[in-house]
Each structure stands twice: as C-alpha cells, then as structure tokens.
Design a protein around this ligand. Structure first.
Ligand code: ZN
Length: 178
C-alpha cells in the first residue's frame, strides 16, 4: 500500500505506539491500515463413494483440479461460505457434515477451512469458474493435476479417515516450496 485509502496521502511503514510491528500508517489523517490473513472456505463434497472435484476454469492454476473453495465473504459464517462456494463453483447442493480440516499457509497469509459435506443429489453443472466437474473415486483422484497442495493434503486426510471413525479436525501448516 502506497497511498492512504482514507485521504490519499503517502503511507509510511511505522510501528504505532503500543504496537509491536510495522503497520501502514498515514502521517496526514492518522489512519493505521491493518493487513490480516485471508480466510478461504470450501467443501469436500461426497456422493456415495465419490468426491466432487472441479477443474479450474480461471487463473490461478487454470486447468488443474480442486475442491470447491473460495474467499469468505463479509457477513457469512465459514460454513455458509463453504456451501456458497460449492454452489458457485459446481452448482452442487450440499449439507455440511463437519469441519474436516484447518490448513494454515502463513507464507501467503491464507487460512483454509474445509468442510466435509454430503451432496443432496449427484447433480452438478459447469460454471464460469469450473470448466469440468466430476465425481471421482478415491483411486481416480488426479494427484498429479491438483491445483493446490492444500487440496492434496485435505484429500489425503480424507482417505486416512477411512473407515470413517475419525471425527477430529485435521490441522496442517503448509510451508513454501513443493
Ligand atoms: Zn490518510
């Protein structure tokens, strides 16, 4: 951030009084602009013995497979956001079963909340965000063509959970690199 979004003055990186780290401070109007991690919410939608995967129709990672997920919106809960993102990306209607995992990616300031969800029907449709959608068996997951490492981990956690006796929430921290 170079200019204050409140008054347009140039911004300085300073440690505000009483704080312990640099913030984007405006010397003109006194505004302090805070930047915090972004929350990404999504589902691992299940129908019988299959998982719903979406092929990304947009960048980043165009053409790679992912679970439906996206940025949480203001005014919604993580669970509502996960259901909304699933609908927006796949037109699948789901009922959330439980929180599957919380995945921290501190080097890009993202936190994922992935919910295990049951599809209400095997229905789905491609959308502007997803060029292809498939219900895949665990043995057919395209491991080499997944869009994000977080999805790889979430899917592996799901497989580890079989038989479904594991009901705790998975936690993982994803470091930079492969
Ligand atoms: Zn200002």
């Amino acid at each position: 951030m170079n200019y204050c979004s409140n008054c347009g003055h140039t911004i300085s990186l300073l440690v505000p009084k009483g704080d312990d780290r640099e913030r984007h401070c405006c010397g003109n109007c006194g505004s302090i602009h805070y930047f915090n991690p972004r929350i990404i919410v999504g589902c691992l939608p299940v129908w019988e013995d299959k998982i719903l995967l979406c092929k990304r129709g947009i960048e980043p990672r165009l053409g790679y497979w992912t679970l439906p997920a996206g940025f949480m919106e203001l005014g919604e809960t993580t669970e509502q956001g996960a259901i909304r993102e699933t609908w927006e990306e796949s037109r699948a209607e789901v009922d959330v079963e439980r929180l599957h995992g919380i995945y921290n990616i501190p080097h890009i300031n993202q936190v994922y909340f992935i919910y295990l969800a049951q599809m209400r029907s095997p229905n789905f449709e491609t959308t502007p965000e997803s060029s292809e959608i498939e219900l895949v068996r665990v043995e057919d997951i395209p491991w080499d063509n997944l869009a994000f490492r977080v999805m790889d981990i979430a899917l592996k956690n799901f497989i580890e959970d079989k038989p479904a006796t594991f009901t705790e929430v998975h936690h993982a921290e994803i470091a930079p690199g492969k």
